[in-house]
Design a protein around this ligand. Structure first.
Ligand code: UD1
Length: 417
């Protein structure tokens, strides 16, 4: 198992470009199933999750290749609508292929996404919406057998919670359905807008992306397009956390500031100076951080749950106490015990974590157990005095592209073994 060795305590400096968004790239890759011709996706990060999505596409008969940050996908030769269990398990986000396969074939058969490192991750909202769009879905021995012999049709849908994945699945299923679909309480994340922009360029008729109500007029067919994946706002938040924790001044390029509103507010309250224009974000940390107001993770435009662990790592060094309330996932504090090994003082009670700032963190061996937790541990290790070893890097590599190189380019002393 690979790990990062981090010699912490170095101040970061310089400029770095933020990679493309993983959570945008995955639904875009699923969307290529619906289009005719060859799609070109630019700014697509080279990540293990993206690789898993490309393998799913190839399994179903698509041509899918990645050259650095450019991905070419043609689904003209698509010839099967099942996804084997081992591919489904590799990436939990693979459930978004369900809506696309159903729309293209009128059937889909895939493994049930298993238990999860963030707590239970049910897909009840996905399934109930797809049923309302006309799919017959049976669950047998961990396999979802979905058919829509008469094709999918538009419907009025409302989510009980603005689930990102369910919103994406519904959009993918409804975009070529017969008639109009209205989805209320839809997720408003920038990744939803990116998906709808791609689909609308391909010939779809979708209105309201980024708002609570999305209206989709089904169209007969979609064509391939060229599209640039939006920058990854969580990677940007992680790099800002690293700079905050190490008292550094860095510049991020290729960011969309409006996607980072709640994150920037938190760093503002912590005393960081942030100037942003034209896709560049200059970030300067104070010599000692102040605690932010209570951080409550919320659906967008609230504070993103994915940035909770990296920000928490920075707040370990605040002058005072910070409070976190995790509202999206039940089990998203698995990094806390490991942060404690580095010398932080954190107490968790249910959804609430209380972080009492300390003056220093100290290098130690820690183990990541999920993607964003891994990023949080690296942020803390960068700030800790001495040498840390962060294992469980396979989780990090699901979402962060060549992260050790990105950090080294900012002057950090990090290497992978
Ligand atoms: C996506 C992101 C993930 C991010 C999350 C929340 C991708 C690939 N992943 O995950 O990085 O942390 O959004 O911003 O884009 N839920 C149900 N039933 C359902 C669906 C969801 O109960 O049918 C619950 C989940 O268990 C969770 C909450 O709703 O507690 C939010 O989940 P959701 O927004 O669906 O997250 P994902 O799409 O899985």
């Amino acid at each position: 198992m690979s790990r990062f060795v981090v010699n912490g305590g170095r101040v970061l400096c310089g400029s770095v470009e933020v990679q493309g968004s993983k959570n945008s790239a995955l639904p875009l890759l699923a969307a290529t199933i619906l289009t005719q011709g060859e799609n070109v996706l630019y700014n697509c990060p080279a990540l293990s999750d993206v690789d898993a999505a490309l393998r799913i596409l190839r399994f179903t008969g698509c041509r899918a290749e990645q050259y650095r940050s450019t991905v070419l996908v043609s689904s003209d030769s698509l010839n099967r609508s099942d996804i084997p269990d081992e591919l489904m398990r590799e990436m939990r986000g693979s459930v978004i292929f369900l809506g696309a396969l159903l729309a293209r074939f009128g059937r889909a058969q895939l493994g049930f996404p298993g238990g999860c490192e963030l707590g239970p991750r049910p897909i009840d909202m996905h399934l109930s919406a797809l049923r309302k769009l006309g799919a017959d879905i049976r669950e047998r021995h961990g396999v979802l057998d979905c058919t829509a012999p008469e094709g999918l049709h538009g419907a009025k849908l409302s989510l009980s919670f603005p689930s990102v994945g369910a919103t994406e699945n519904i959009i993918l299923a409804a975009v070529t359905a017969d008639g109009t679909t209205t989805l209320t309480n839809a997720a408003r994340e920038p990744e939803i807008c990116d998906l709808c922009e791609f689909l609308n360029k391909s010939g779809a008729r979708i209105w309201g992306a980024g708002e609570g109500t999305i209206v989709i007029d089904g169209v007969k067919e979609l064509h391939a397009v060229e599209h640039t994946v939006i920058p990854d706002r969580i990677v940007a938040a992680t790099l800002m956390s690293a700079a905050a924790a190490t008292g550094s001044e860095i510049t991020l390029t290729g960011v969309i500031q409006s996607h980072l509103g709640a994150v920037i507010s938190a760093f503002d309250e912590m005393g960081c100076e942030i100037h942003s224009s034209g896709g560049e974000l200059e970030f300067k940390a104070p010599s000692r951080l102040s605690p932010p107001q209570t951080i409550r993770t919320m659906p967008y435009p609230g504070f993103p749950t994915d940035a909770q662990a990296p920000l928490m790592a920075a707040t370990c060094l605040c002058e005072g106490t910070s409070v976190f309330v995790e509202n999206i996932f039940e089990n998203r504090y698995r990094h806390v015990d490991e942060l404690t090994r580095l010398g932080s003082d954190i107490k968790v009670n249910g959804r609430v974590a209380v972080v009492k700032g300390v003056r220093r963190l100290y290098g130690a061996a820690v183990e990541a157990q999920e993607l964003r937790g891994a990023a949080g541990l690296i942020v803390a290790a960068l700030a800790a005095e001495g040498r840390s070893e962060v294992s469980g890097i396979c989780y990090l590599e699901r979402g962060y592209e060549r992260f050790e190189q990105v950090l080294c380019s900012l002057g950090a002393d990090v290497y992978k073994v």
